[in-house]
Design a protein around this ligand. Sequence first.
Ligand code: AMP
Length: 283
Amino acid sequence: MARVITDPTSLRSLLGDRKTGFVPTMGALHAGHAALIRRSAHENALTVVSVFVNPTQFDDPNDLARYPRDLDRDVAVAADAGADIVYAPDVTAVYPPGFSTFVEVAGLTERWEGAARPGHFRGVATVVTILLNTVRPRRAYFGEKDYQQLLVVRRLHRDLQLPGEIVGCPTVREADGLALSSRNARLTPQQRAEAVAIPRALFAMASAARAGEVSAARLLQLGQEHLAAPLSLIVEYLAIVDGETLDPVEHVAPGARAIIAARLGPVRLIDNVALLDEAAGSR
Ligand code: AMP
């Protein structure tokens, strides 16, 4: 059973200078989170999983209110995957009264998810900096599923000269290819069936790129064809980008990535794949 700690000072004194692996999450743990936790447990003497629904990264108060919370279940899933400690602070333990310091990662955060969700990455960068400073891990694990977030975390970690290492982990998918996400549970059966078009489009683009297609325009057209049929799926963006800068590219080169955000009713899903190989963001 994992030990649950809610107070940053107690966590700090418990951890001391032990070589710790850290998996930050917002709870509602699924097999994607469990893969990160298992990897940390394998690579580190001690694994801490944080469960904290970070209010500063939600631009929509309804989304924050609706976010699923079940700490007992999360503790059981984390422990089963090998976590030793679950850090579950309340909001004032992370943001005490008078809190007024934020971390902004310029440039990288301006487009895609940053453009769609104003303030989102400021909240992510701020909470990740606070959590990394509380846990001071030797390694911290983040999923490629949230690819732009992984790049933002790598950048703040480098720019602020934080200790330890950021480890990117592959996206865990359902059998039909849909990336695991706590949001999937909110899809109706019909929307869930339609959502499979997202990974199918990405995989079709990757296999065409691997077969030699270098034109981003032609690959995007191919992806759009897979997304045209589902009735309730609305594509917010589908793009081919450089895997480090997230700038759109015209020709596919090593490191290029296809990224997508799409809505099915009120549920917004994101996904991405490397088109040719694993991008630098995953190393
Ligand atoms: P979240 O709880 O959604 O903030 O996610 C916590 C961590 O788990 C982040 O680093 C995510 O990128 C990662 N994660 C979420 N879903 C997946 C998935 N399907 N595969 C791999 N990692 C994931």
